[in-house]
Each structure stands twice: as C-alpha cells, then as structure tokens.
Design a protein around this ligand. Structure first.
Ligand code: CMP
Length: 137
C-alpha cells in the first residue's frame, strides 16, 4: 500500500469541482485516508513548493495557491502515486491525455486543478507538511 498527497487547488474549489474530483479518485478505487479544507498561508505554500523555489514561476505559483481555500487529501492504494498522476494528466492541460482531470478542467500549467506527489519521498514530505499521524485513517 502506498500513500500520496493530493490537493484540489483554489481553481478547482472555485469552479465547484470538489465533488467531481473526489468521484474520480473513489471511482479509481483510491481510499481517502485523510481530508481537510484549508486556506494556505504564503509560508505554508512556499514550504510545500520549496523544490520549485528557483523556478521563474515560483512567485506566481505561490500567489495563485493562496487565492482561496484548497482541499488537502491523503489517498491510499496500490501504486497510488503513479496511478494518481495518470488520472490527473500532464501538468500542461494542452498535453494532458483525454479524460484526465487536467484535460477536462484545467486552464493552464499553473491553474491546473490538482496536485499529486511525484515520488514516495515527496509524498512522505508533503503528507507530513499538512497532516499529523492521528488525522490519517
Ligand atoms: P504541481 O503538480 O502542483 O507542481 C508544481 C506546480 O507548479 C505545477 O503543478 C503547476 O501548477 C506549476 N507549474 C509547473 N510548471 C509551470 C510553468 N511552466 N508555468 C507556471 N506554473 C507551472
């Protein structure tokens, strides 16, 4: 069993897609092991995305991530990290496979509805950034 951190970003929440995204995850057989809605502070968003700190889009990404509440989830299942990334589609919605979350609803590379951990190492860091052990079921 593997765990991954999923975020429904401010654009997904603002567009009323919380239910749609959760339905996609549950239909894929992922277990939702933890979930909360939260308005991120700048420092929470910066800490979360610290690996992208040197990227030119970092400042705008942080601005975007604090525009409204997000939904944070821990998803659990076999190979859930790579399966979730397949279901989300490519970062750039123009390159995302048809039927994926980003192909269906994302507007741009930045406003791309969802985040999902990209490795076991980042999943461990990202889950611990937002959830304590007793919040994960
Ligand atoms: P995410 O999977 O959350 O990981 C890093 C985020 O940075 C990514 O989704 C996008 O929202 C954003 N991102 C990645 N590349 C670019 C880019 N070239 N321009 C703007 N935003 C980007």
């Amino acid at each position: 069993m593997q765990r991954t951190l999923s975020i429904i970003k401010p654009d997904g929440v603002a567009k009323g897609l919380i239910g749609e995204v959760i339905k996609v995850f549950e239909s894929a057989g992922f277990k939702i092991a933890a979930m909360k809605m939260k308005q991120l502070s700048r420092s929470e968003a910066e800490g979360f995305y610290y690996v992208h700190m040197e990227r030119p889009f970092f400042g705008e990404l942080i601005d975007f991530m604090v525009t409204g509440p997000v939904v944070l989830m821990v998803l659990e299942g076999e190979d859930v990290i790579s399966r979730n990334r397949e279901i989300m589609g490519a970062t750039d919605p123009a390159e995302a496979r048809e039927g994926t979350i980003r192909a269906r609803w994302a507007e741009s590379k930045q406003n791309n509805i969802v985040h999902g951990s990209d490795s076991e190492e980042s999943a461990a860091f990202e889950i611990a950034h937002f959830f304590s052990g007793i919040e994960i079921f």
